[in-house]
Design a protein around this ligand. Structure first.
Ligand code: DLL
Length: 433
């Protein structure tokens, strides 16, 4: 059995707990002294760093949410001087304001370690050739897996996503053994492979590390068959670094949380009460080693279960289930985080009515994204060409705001069904949870 950092990945619970206690106390003091925004929250909650002696006191600390990130945007949660930061990554926020996360060089080194652990968890070693087809850029997927692959010593192919036939060509020519991308893209690569008249025997892949969006066990089996590989899940979020907060091992039954860097809790999303292991609730993380963007009790909005049971891989880190849904209205469409409020903001900004409906579906393994918008009475007299042009312009504005382009359908006024209770803005026909 192989590990990247065996001593910590297989540490006894006592050792792990002592490390977490020590790091938590240090982190709380650092944050209190350096992050005015969080110091205010602690003062409002009547908590001082002296109240936090270890993980048993974690529940006393106030939560942070995406709304706090928006309020503190862009620099209000920095834990170090800006001059010590060397990178940002970013993702969308609830009302169009982006979430921007910062990294020192040390943060990047630890993030690379987390991703290297995930690659080794999937059976990888420095002998492997790792083809990274997550998007590169502000999204954390590409740079994250790239960093882990580099640090482990794999030959790394920084492909980014798209140009699928070229991806397969590289796979054949360079004999890539590990693939990293979203599960929907993995399935698409698999389908394209077969459409090109090839089979898994024509490539050398043995494992895939897939995450960033919900996927099912059925999809895992399908991808495994299409590509002739073992498919492993990986979880993470920009606010905490990116991929590698947790990762699957050979058991393929839940993801080990890198607990030396992130302390997980499950809470009741309504009351904030901490729930015992085994119960479904909202996942909350405290990052105990991050320097530039140290978040304490950050509410992920992902609904999950935590289990600490003996794992045959030998790792002692607690396992989290696949996220079972979200406690907010965030959608993940083609791997991009989208909030209905962002769609609404674009419609209003562009002079459209706020009677709209988002319809999400699946064709094969790819998401479809349609937005139906009612025309105003003043727009009804437009010609068909005029309407097509308006649809195109609106799709362009959506793309700028969301990072993913919907198919826009401008429809007659009052043709979108009104609901008697809460408006039904989203119809999600995918069955991913
Ligand atoms: O998706 C980071 C990432 C990149 C993870 C590559 C794995 C691989 P964000 O764009 O900030 O970061 O989106 C974070 O995506 O709160 C979950 O709702 C969802 N998510 C991430 N991984 C998984 C997964 C990246 N394995 C949000 N299964 C999170 C289900 C996932 N949902």
């Amino acid at each position: 059995m192989n590990y990247y950092q065996k001593e910590i990945e297989c540490a006894s619970l006592d050792t792990l707990k002592a490390l977490q206690d020590e790091r938590l106390v240090k982190q709380v003091n650092r944050v209190y002294n350096n992050v005015g925004y969080y110091r205010n929250l602690m003062q409002k909650a009547g908590v001082t760093p002296d109240d936090i002696k270890g993980t048993k006191d974690l529940y006393k600390l106030p939560f942070l949410s995406k709304a706090d990130l928006r309020d503190a945007y862009p620099y209000g949660l920095l834990g170090t001087p800006l001059s010590e930061c060397v990178r940002i990554h970013s993702t969308s926020g609830t009302t169009g304001k982006r979430v921007v996360a910062f990294y020192t060089q040390h943060d990047l080194d630890l993030w690379d370690d987390c991703c290297a652990r995930a690659i080794v968890g999937a059976g990888g070693s420095r002998e492997d050739i790792c083809q990274v087809c997550y998007g590169y850029g502000l999204f954390t997927g590409g740079m994250g897996l790239n960093g882990g692959s580099h640090k482990l010593g794999c030959l790394t192919l920084p492909m980014s996503s798209g140009n699928t036939e070229r991806q397969i060509q590289f796979m054949q020519d360079l004999k890539s053994t590990i693939l990293g991308c979203t599960p929907s893209y993995a399935a698409y690569i698999g389908e394209t492979l077969h459409e090109m008249g090839l089979t898994p025997d024509d490539i050398s892949l043995k494992a895939g590390i897939f995450g960033a969006e919900p996927w099912t066990e059925e999809m895992r089996h399908q991808i495994e068959e299409l590509l002739g590989i073992k498919a492993y899940d990986i979880y993470g979020l920009t606010e905490l670094s990116g991929p590698g907060v947790s990762f699957e091992c050979c058991e393929q039954s839940g993801m080990h949380v890198n607990e030396d860097h992130f302390i997980p809790e499950i809470i009741n999303p309504e009351t904030g009460e901490v729930l015992p292991e085994g119960e479904v609730g909202e996942l909350v993380f405290t990052s105990i080693t991050k320097e530039a963007f140290p978040l304490l009790r950050y509410r992920t909005r992902d609904l999950c279960v935590l289990h600490r049971e003996k794992c045959s891989c030998g790792r002692t880190f607690i396992k989290m289930s696949k996220p079972k849904g979200r406690s907010d209205d965030m959608l993940i469409i083609k791997g991009v985080n989208v909030f209905p409020s962002q769609v609404e903001a674009v419609l209003i900004e562009q002079g459209y009515s706020s009677n709209y409906r988002i319809e999400i579906g699946r064709e094969g393994n790819m998401d479809t994204f349609d937005v139906l918008v009612e025309l105003n009475s003043s727009q009804v007299s437009d010609t068909v060409k005029g309407i097509k042009d308006s649809e195109k312009a609106l799709a362009g504005a959506m793309k700028t705001m969301l990072g993913v382009v919907p198919k826009i359908h401008l429809v007659a006024p009052k043709s979108i069904e009104r609901s008697e209770g809460k408006a039904v803005r989203v119809i999600d026909k995918r069955k991913l949870h």
